[in-house]
Design a protein around this ligand. Structure first.
Ligand code: GLU
Length: 473
C-alpha cells in the first residue's frame, strides 16, 4: 500500500497474475519464473539542465528472456520508479504473448519532466541513456528493442538509433535496435497511430460480440455508442479520431491534465485537438461544458470509458462513482485490481490493457521485420498485384461486354502499399487475439472477466515457449 492507502501498480499486476494463475494447471515453479523480472538495470548519470548539473535516474527492466529480443517503450516522467517500470515490463511480456509477437517484455524509464525541458536537454539525456544501455549490452536488434511510450516519440527514437549506430556502425541489422522511428529514418508507416487504431479495432470487435453485449444490456455494434476519453496524448487522440471517423462513436466527454469537458451532443476530437493547440487547453471548447476538475469526466454516464493516460486512474477512491458500462484500457494499468473487483461485481466489462493497447507493439514488430529485411512492405508485389488485378478486370469486361468506370477500376486493381499492409496486419491481430481471449473466457466457466482470460491466454503461450526451450517440460 502506498501513502494514499492505495495499492501500487506493481501490486495490482501481481494480484491480477495470481488470480489468473489459479485457473492454470502450470507448475508452481514455472509460474514463479514467468512472474519474476529477469533483469533490472538502474542507472544514475549527470546531465546539464539550464546552468545546473543534475543527477538523472533511469531504468531498463527486461521482464522475460523466454523470447528474445525483449521489447517495450521508454517512458519520460517524474513518476518513474523501479516498481513502475517493472510493472510495465511485465505487462509487455503478457501483451506480446497475447498478440503472438515473438518478444519478451521490457520497459525503460527516465525520471525527467519532458514537458518543461528544452529539446537539446532531452536530446543529451536520451543519447546518454542510450550509451548506458549500449555499455551494459541492454540494447540491440536481437537483445532489447526500445520504442516510444509516455513522454517520448519518434524524435527520441531517432536519437537512440543515431547514438546506437555511432557506436555499432558496421552492424548490418543495427537499424532494428529501436522501433517507432520516423518514417524517413527507417520507421514504418502507421506506427504513430497504431496503439489508438488497435484500441478502435478491439472495441469494435468486442461491441460486435452478441453474448457480451447482451450481458451488458447493450445493442450490438460500436456505432452510436457514447464514449469518454481520458488523455489526449498519442493514444487518446488517435483512439478518439479513429473511433469517430471509422466507428461513428459519439465522444461526449474528454479529460486532460488541465481539466475535463462534457457535451452530450458530441465533441469532435479533431476540432478539440485544434482548440488545444491554439489555446493550450481543452477547456472552454465551443458547445461543451467545463467540468469541476480533470477526474470528473471519468464519472460521466456513458457506454465506454477509455482511460488513455497513466496507471491507477480508477481506484477505490472513485470506482463507486464510475457509471460507464465498459472500460476500455487504452493505457497500461489504469484500473487498480481492487477497483476492478468492485466494478466487475457491478457488471462493468473491462477490456484489459494487455490486449487492447497491444497495437503499438504489434506494429513495432512489423517495423522490426521491415528493418531486418531491409525493404519496405509491398515493394516487391505491389506492381505485380496491380497488373494481375488489371488483367482480371479486363477479362471480366471482355466476357460481359460491360465496362467499369475508371475510379472503380483504380480501386479494384490497387496493389497494397506499406500502410495498407500494416493496417490489415494490425486489424487481423486485434480480431484474432480477442477471439482467443473470448474462447478461453467461454470455455472455462469459472473465468468471468476478460483480464483473467487474457492472462491465462498469455500464461499458456509463455509456458509452451519454456517447454520448447527444454526448461520446465
Ligand atoms: N510503449 C508501447 C506499449 O506500452 C509500445 C511498445 C513497443 O512498441 O515496443 O505497448
Amino acid at each position: 500500500m502506498n501513502k494514499k492507502n492505495q495499492i501500487s501498480f506493481y501490486e495490482s499486476v501481481s494480484r491480477n497474475f495470481d488470480k489468473a494463475a489459479l485457473h492454470s494447471n502450470l507448475d508452481k515453479g514455472l509460474l514463479a519464473q514467468i512472474k519474476a523480472c529477469n533483469a533490472v538495470y538502474h542507472i544514475t548519470f549527470p546531465a546539464k539542465i539550464g546552468d545546473e548539473y543534475v543527477v538523472i535516474e533511469a531504468y531498463r527492466v527486461q521482464h522475460s528472456h523466454h523470447r528474445q529480443p525483449t521489447k517495450g517503450g521508454i517512458r519520460y516522467s517524474m513518476e518513474v520508479n523501479q516498481e513502475e517500470v517493472m510493472a510495465l515490463a511485465s505487462l509487455m511480456t503478457y501483451k506480446c504473448a497475447i498478440v503472438d509477437v515473438p518478444f519478451g517484455g521490457a520497459k525503460g524509464g527516465v525520471k525527467i519532466n519532458p514537458f518543461i525541458l528544452k529539446p537539446e536537454e532531452i536530446e543529451r539525456i536520451t543519447r546518454r541513456y542510450t550509451l548506458e544501455l549500449i555499455k551494459k549490452n541492454f540494447i540491440g536488434p536481437g537483445i532489447d528493442v526500445p520504442a516510444p511510450d509516455f513522454g517520448t516519440s519518434s524524435r527520441e527514437m531517432a536519437w537512440i538509433y543515431d547514438t546506437y549506430m555511432t557506436f555499432r556502425g558496421g552492424e548490418l541489422d543495427g537499424i532494428a535496435c529501436v522501433t517507432g522511428k520516423p518514417v524517413s529514418q527507417f520507421g514504418i508507416r502507421g506506427r504513430t497511430e497504431a496503439t489508438g487504431r488497435g484500441v478502435y479495432y478491439g472495441i469494435r470487435e468486442f461491441c460486435d460480440e452478441l453474448p457480451e453485449m447482451k450481458a451488458l444490456k447493450m445493442d450490438r455494434g460500436v456505432a452510436g455508442k457514447t464514449m469518454v476519453i481520458q488523455g489526449l496524448g498519442n493514444v487518446g487522440s488517435y483512439t478518439g479520431t479513429i473511433c469517430q471517423e471509422e466507428g461513428d462513436v459519439k465522444v461526449i466527454g474528454v479529460s486532460e491534465y488541465e481539466g475535463s469537458i462534457y457535451d452530450p451532443k458530441g465533441i469532435s476530437v479533431t476540432e478539440l485537438l485544434k482548440h488545444r493547440k491554439e489555446t493550450g487547453s481543452i477547456l472552454n471548447f465551443k458547445g461543451a461544458k467545463n467540468l469541476p476538475d480533470r477526474m470528473s469526466a471519468l464519472e460521466l454516464e456513458c457506454d465506454i470509458l477509455v482511460p488513455a493516460a497513466l496507471e491507477n486512474q480508477v481506484t477505490m477512491q472513485n470506482a463507486r462513482k464510475i457509471k460507464a458500462k465498459m472500460i476500455a484500457e487504452a493505457a497500461n494499468g489504469p484500473v487498480s485490481s481492487d477497483a476492478e473487483e468492485l466494478l466487475l461485481k457491478k457488471g462493468v466489462a473491462i477490456i484489459p490493457d494487455m490486449y487492447l493497447n497491444a497495437g503499438g507493439v504489434t506494429v513495432s514488430y512489423f517495423e522490426w521485420l521491415k528493418n531486418l529485411s531491409h525493404m519496405r512492405f509491398g515493394r516487391i508485389e505491389k506492381r505485380f498485384d496491380q497488373q494481375a488485378y488489371g488483367n482480371l478486370v479486363s477479362m471480366v469486361e471482355n466476357l460481359t461486354g460491360k465496362y467499369i468506370g475508371q475510379r472503380e477500376k483504380n480501386l479494384l486493381v490497387k496493389g497494397a502499399d506499406e500502410i495498407d499492409l500494416v493496417r490489415s496486419g494490425l486489424e487481423e491481430t486485434m480480431v484474432s487475439s480477442l477471439q482467443q481471449i473470448l474462447e478461453i473466457k467461454r470455455s472455462k466457466n469459472k473465468i468471468s472477466d476478460l483480464r483473467t482470460a487474457a492472462f491465462v491466454c498469455a500464461l499458456d503461450k509463455i509456458a509452451s515457449d519454456y517447454s520448447n526451450l527444454g526448461v520446465f517440460p
